[in-house]
Design a protein around this ligand. Structure first.
Ligand code: FES
Length: 162
């Protein structure tokens, strides 16, 4: 089937097999290898992207289901050489060790903050419960999301926005 998707602002039109998973289409056809595969069974969240503005595990979506959609991957977040505030907060709070879960954690965190701009620790942990990290024990990830929330708050000013 021919599908057209807009990924990180660029439109792509390709023939895909009906069984192709979105994550494989992104990585293997479109070269978006920042989106990674941890489990391929909807458990780890490493493959999380935004589909029409909402986070999805791209290993649980068929590429054909994304036809006509806007997709944002971790590679589409930084603008003009400036990290997205959530990326910056992960960096500032040392919220990664091996980094494998990081793309999915960041994409899920952005969706979480869109729903709840000022989450407490419990809300962050619940919002990220579909994303697994085998290194950090989650402490710094939770800290980073709350730090990002602080910097993204309306009226936080240029210093807070970085
Ligand atoms: Fe998609 Fe693990 S690779 S949830």
């Amino acid at each position: 089937m021919r599908i057209t998707v807009t990924v990180d602002g660029t439109k792509y039109s390709d023939e895909v097999e009906p069984r192709t998973l979105l994550v494989h289409h992104l990585r293997e056809r479109l070269g978006k290898v920042g989106t990674v595969v941890g489990c391929d069974t909807s458990n780890c969240g490493a493959c999380t992207v935004h589909l029409d503005g909402h986070s999805v595990k791209s290993c649980s979506v068929l590429a054909v289901q994304a036809d006509g959609c806007e997709i944002t991957t971790i590679e589409g977040l930084a603008r003009d050489g400036k990290l997205h505030p959530v990326q910056q907060a992960f960096h500032d709070n040392h919220a990664l060790q091996c980094g494998f879960c990081t793309p999915g954690m960041i994409m899920q965190s952005i969706d979480l903050l869109a729903d709840n701009p000022d989450p407490d620790e419990k809300a962050v942990r619940e919002g990220l419960e579909g994303n697994l990290c085998r290194c950090t024990g989650y402490q710094n990830i939770v800290r980073a999301v709350r730090d990002a929330a602080h910097h993204m708050r309306p009226g936080a000013g240029p210093e807070a926005e970085r």
